[in-house]
Design a protein around this ligand. Structure first.
Ligand code: PEP
Length: 234
């Protein structure tokens, strides 16, 4: 069984989400399916699909105009929250430290954080891929994790670019993450791959050792693109 998580980014509508939930309800799969949507679309999912948010404040409540707390997201029906997505690191200045605080808020409110780590093109070209991934894992996970978490390896240079690393590169990154999690006492934590996943490459990517599922951006927006990914692995 794999985990297939969609990330709608700043796209979609409530009507569109309701339609996709209907489409997905009848899909024959044992895989876990999650849709991470903008705050305004948060609601409870259905028997087949869980709903997640795409970010959350590191603060519990108070004078943080424009921010949304983990408690609010849980109250709206979310079961998962992406934290540390590449775009939040790039545009909002999220660091491993803030990502760790956000993940702690998510856990404290009974949800599962999907903690993203991955290297930029500059870091890749400087030969720092493995160091960035390992420090991302070690520094972005709260120290007192007692409930499930999910890690997503997303090479930042490949997101939305139609590019994917080689199978060997993905295998190397996921093996490093699995070994690091094991050293941290978190063996068995699912690790997703994300960046330019589509129906035509999903099965191959999910056959790579230590790849427990995928985080899908652009190809999660339409049922016709997302369903083939969900059903690509039985
Ligand atoms: C993402 O936004 O997490 C992502 C993986 O995007 P895309 O699939 O479009 O590369």
């Amino acid at each position: 069984m794999k985990i297939i998580a969609g990330n709608w980014k700043m796209n979609g509508s409530r009507t569109g989400l309701n339609a996709m939930l209907c489409d997905l309800e009848n899909v024959d799969t044992k895989n876990t399916v999650i849709l991470c949507v903008p705050y305004t679309m948060l609601r409870a999912g259905n028997a087949r699909v869980a709903i997640g948010a795409q970010d959350v404040s590191q603060h519990t409540h108070g004078a943080y105009t424009g921010s949304v707390s983990a408690q609010m997201v849980a109250d709206a029906g979310a079961k998962y929250v992406i934290v540390g997505h590449s775009e939040c690191r790039q545009y909002n200045g999220d660091t491993n430290s803030t990502v760790r605080q956000k993940a702690a808020q998510v856990l404290a409110n009974g949800m599962i954080p999907i903690i993203c780590v991955g290297e930029t093109m500059d870091e890749k070209q400087a030969g720092k891929t493995m160091a960035v991934i390992e420090s991302g894992v070690r520094e972005s996970i709260p120290s007192d994790v007692g409930t499930p978490i999910i890690i997503a390896y997303e090479p930042r240079w490949a997101i939305g670019a139609g590019l994917t690393p080689t199978a060997d590169e993905i295998a190397g990154a996921h093996t490093l993450i699995a070994n690091t999690l094991s050293e941290m006492g978190l063996a068995g934590t699912p690790v997703l791959y994300g960046a330019s996943v589509k129906g035509s490459n999903a099965a191959e990517i999910m056959s790579i050792p230590n790849v427990d599922g995928v985080l899908v951006g652009g190809a999660s927006l339409k049922s016709d693109d997302f369903i083939p990914i969900i059903t690509s692995v039985k």
